[in-house]
Design a protein around this ligand. Structure first.
Ligand code: ATP
Length: 308
C-alpha cells in the first residue's frame, strides 16, 4: 500500500490583467512534481525562495488547491475525495508553520490554541480535553502554568513548541514542517530540531521538511528533493545529494553552505567559481531554450533505488 505519494502535481496561480481582470497568464508555482514519503522518514524539500516549496506543503495539507495531479495518502487521492474522506484523512497530515510569531492567534490563550484541533475533530468532555492539552504541552516541554498565557508572553522557540503541540493533538501520521526554525535564533534552532527528532520516534511521525538551508537539512533528513522554479531538478538520499550532486543547481546550493568556508576557504572559493562558470556555459544541459527548468527524467532513478 502506498503510504504517501505526490504524482504530477501542478499548482498554477492565475495572473489577472486588464479592466475585466481576465486571466492573462499563470505563475507556475509547482510544475509537475513527483515524490514519495516512506513511513517514518524525514524527506526534505529544498530550494531557494520562490521555488514552490511552501505551495507544495500547503497543497498537501489542503490549504491550497491543486491545478492538477494527485496527492495519494493511504491509497486515497486527497485532491479528489469527498468532504467526509477529507475530514478523516486531513487530520492525519498536520502543518507546522514557519513563523511562530504570526502563526499563533495572539488573542487566544495557549490552552485554546492547542485545544482547537481537538474541538474541531473530536467530541471530548472538558476534563478529557484538559488532560490531552496538558499531556501534549508536557511532551513539548512546556509547564502547566504556561497554559493560560498568551503567545506574546513566550520566546520564539517556546512558541514553536506550542505550534508543534497543536499539530500533535490529533496524532497525525505526517507533519509538514515549513521552515520550522528559520525565524529562530541559531542557538534555539538546534534545540527545536533535536526535539523534533525526539518526538518523531516517539510518535512515529513522518516529516516533510521544507527548508532553504542545506546545512539544517543535512542534520535532519534521510532523502532530499531539490526544487528550482517549480520543478524537481534532483532527488536522492542525503549521501547522493551531499557527496555526489548531479544537477548544477544542487552543486551551487551545496557550494554556498557557509560551513564549507571554515577549513577550506580557498578551495570552496575555487569550487564556487568553477560551478558558476559551468552554470553560465552549460545552461543548455539543464534548462530549456526559454530558460525554464528541464523536467527531471526519469522522475528519479535514485528515488526508486532508495525505495527498493
Ligand atoms: N497566493 C499566490 N498567488 C500568486 N502567486 C503566488 C501565491 N503564493 C505563491 N505565489 C508564487 O508562487 C511561487 C512559489 O511560491 P512559494 O511560496 O511556494 O515558494 P517557496 O519556495 O516556499 O518560497 P519561500 O521560501 O520564500 O516561502 C512564487 O513565485 C510566488 O510568488
Amino acid at each position: 500500500m502506498t503510504f504517501f505519494k505526490v504524482n504530477n502535481l501542478k499548482v498554477y496561480y492565475p495572473i489577472r490583467g486588464g479592466i475585466f481582470r481576465r486571466v492573462v497568464n499563470h505563475v507556475k508555482a509547482v510544475d509537475n512534481i513527483n515524490f514519495e514519503l516512506k513511513r517514518g522518514e524525514t524527506y526534505a524539500l529544498v530550494g531557494e525562495s520562490g521555488c514552490g516549496k511552501t505551495t507544495t506543503g500547503r497543497t498537501v495539507v489542503g490549504l491550497t488547491k491543486a491545478t492538477s495531479g494527485e496527492v495519494i495518502f493511504n491509497n486515497l487521492d486527497l485532491t479528489k475525495c469527498n468532504r467526509k474522506q477529507i475530514r478523516e484523512t486531513r487530520r492525519e497530515i498536520q502543518m507546522v508553520f514557519q513563523d511562530p510569531y504570526s502563526s499563533l492567534n495572539p488573542k487566544k490563550t495557549v490552552y485554546d490554541i492547542v485545544a482547537e484541533p481537538l474541538r474541531n475533530f473530536e467530541n471530548l468532555s472538558k476534563s478529557e480535553e484538559r488532560e490531552q492539552v496538558e499531556y501534549f504541552m508536557w511532551k513539548v516541554g512546556m509547564s502547566r502554568d504556561s497554559l493560560f498565557k498568551y503567545p506574546h508572553q513566550f520566546s520564539g522557540g517556546q512558541r514553536q513548541r506550542v505550534g508543534i503541540a497543536r499539530a500533535l493533538t490529533l496524532k497525525p501520521k505526517i507533519i509538514i514542517a515549513d521552515e520550522p526554525v528559520s525565524a529562530l535564533d541559531a542557538s534555539v534552532q538546534a534545540q527545536v530540531l533535536n526535539f523534533m527528532q525526539d518526538i518523531q520516534e516517539e510518535f512515529g511521525l513522518t516529516y516533510l521538511f521544507i527548508s532553504h538551508d542545506l546545512g539544517i537539512v543535512r542534520h535532519m533528513c534521510n532523502r532530499i528533493g531539490i526544487m528550482y522554479k517549480g520543478k524537481f531538478v534532483e532527488e536522492g538520499t542525503r549521501e547522493d545529494i551531499y557527496e555526489n550532486p548531479q544537477h548544477i543547481y544542487t552543486r551551487r546550493l551545496i557550494a554556498s553552505i557557509p560551513e564549507l568556508d571554515t577549513d577550506q576557504h580557498q578551495n570552496s572559493e575555487l569550487l564556487r567559481k568553477n560551478i558558476e562558470e559551468e552554470y553560465q556555459k552549460e545552461n543548455d544541459k539543464y534548462f530549456n531554450e526559454d530558460g525554464s527548468v528541464m523536467d527531471l527524467k526519469p522522475v528519479s532513478d535514485t528515488h526508486f533505488a532508495a525505495l527498493r
